[in-house]
Design a protein around this ligand. Structure first.
Ligand SMILES: [Zn+2]
Length: 62
């Protein structure tokens, strides 16, 4: 696999990501907890966990 691709794929565990779509609490900043076919994020404001599939994550991350 090539390592030249940039963008959301660079997001790593514990890195902060900003999503285009905010959490219901109003914050759109999350910490990456788990990265795979599914991505688990933790909301920085309300500390709740969000689980989205990788495809959606790649589209939503800024
Ligand atoms: Zn939240």
């Amino acid at each position: 696999m090539s390592a030249t691709k940039t963008g959301p794929n660079l997001a790593k565990i514990e890195s902060k990501v900003t999503l285009k779509k905010p959490h219901p609490c109003g914050s759109n900043e999350f910490i990456v907890i788990q990265m795979g076919i599914e991505v688990v994020l933790k909301c920085l404001k309300c500390s709740s966990f969000v689980r989205i599939n990788k495809e959606r994550f790649d589209r939503f991350v800024k």
